[in-house]
Design a protein around this ligand. Structure first.
Ligand SMILES: NC(=O)c1ccc[n+]([C@@H]2O[C@H](COP(=O)([O-])OP(=O)(O)OC[C@H]3O[C@@H](n4cnc5c(N)ncnc54)[C@H](O)[C@@H]3O)[C@@H](O)[C@H]2O)c1
Length: 281
């Protein structure tokens, strides 16, 4: 018996990273998966991986979740394929970094659109589907960057302003949605990952000797880099009936980073240029 037997899970951003790990774990636990991503190749690869492991998954790509018409297309696709879904896991996001005086209006707007608005749109059009099935689960991906003043960068390096603002917004949005959607029997929680090794962060974190990684290792209580599976296991718990008494909460999965004061306390010098030019999309 899987923990998600009979459930349909719509997971966004399944083209790699944490979305792929969640698709693999949820499918192993019995869920049928609807995925999507901007990345065509990565999204198709995930479908193949899930199927090769004996699971069931469909996906739409390229699909841009910051475009309302595309979000509606995705929801319709899930309804046409499986009749609806029970779990909406808002994992996808894209953001741009830069110190406040250098951050362009375009980069600011891009980050809001691709980290915050895309969740609003998915919930706006996805919640009625959950309601029709008698209830369900929404998980929103926040970040420790939304909890700590330094944007969770080692050495208080500037650059995480827009990202920190949107992720704090995700945590706030989760609480409000939990209140608003509880009469419809929909539980809404967020997960705030710390440093997680995904393909996008490989250049900064892959090398154990990189100052960026060392900064985090100094600041964390658990001295290893987080993996996509660490987050997927938290999402699995929140999606399952084991969490039937849990809503409106923010689950921090960060190796103790925020409990110990956040990465801003790390004293290892960090390559500011590398961080300022970060862009995930
Ligand atoms: N990796 C970390 O250290 C870390 C830390 C804290 C929070 N997070 C959050 O975890 C989540 C997953 O990120 P990840 O680490 O797996 O990174 P990732 O970049 O590998 O995955 C994000 C995926 O979302 C997709 N995506 C982005 N914008 C999209 C859009 N508009 N429409 C459709 N797809 C879109 C990307 O193409 C990508 O495949 C994100 O919300 C991220 O902010 C990551």
């Amino acid at each position: 018996m899987g923990r998600l037997d009979g459930k349909i899970a719509l997971i966004t951003g399944t083209g790699g990273g944490q979305g792929r790990d969640a698709a693999l774990l949820f499918a192993k636990e019995g869920a049928k998966i609807v995925g999507c991503d901007l990345k065509v190749e990565g999204a198709a690869e995930t479908v193949e991986m899930v199927k090769a492991a004996g699971g069931e998954m469909v996906s739409m790509a390229p699909l841009n979740l910051s475009d309302e018409a595309e979000v509606k297309k995705l929801i319709d696709f899930a309804v046409e394929t499986y009749g609806g879904f029970d779990i909406l896991y808002n994992n996808a996001s894209g953001c741009r970094f830069g110190p406040v005086t250098e951050l362009s209006r375009e980069d600011w707007d891009f980050t809001l659109d691709n980290e915050l608005t895309l969740i609003f749109l998915a919930v706006k059009h996805g919640a009625p589907v959950l309601e029709k099935r008698g209830g369900g689960v929404i998980i929103n991906t926040a970040s420790v960057a939304g909890m700590t003043g330094a944007g969770a960068m080692p050495g208080n390096v500037p650059g995480g302003l827009a990202h920190a603002v949107t992720k704090a917004g995700v945590i706030a949005m989760t609480r409000v949605l939990a209140c608003e959607l509880s009469p419809q029997n929909i539980r809404v929680n967020s997960i705030a990952p710390g440093l997680i090794l995904t393909p996008g962060l490989e250049p900064l974190v892959g090398d154990p000797e990189s100052p960026f990684r060392k900064g985090y290792m100094n600041a964390q209580l658990i001295k290893r880099v987080g993996l996509g599976e660490d987050i997927a296991h938290c999402a699995l718990y929140l999606s399952s009936d084991d969490a039937s008494y849990v809503t409106g909460a923010n689950f921090v999965v960060d190796g103790g980073l925020s409990a110990a004061g956040g990465a801003g306390r790390a004293e290892v010098p960090t390559n500011t240029d590398a961080i300022s030019s970060l862009s995930f999309n």
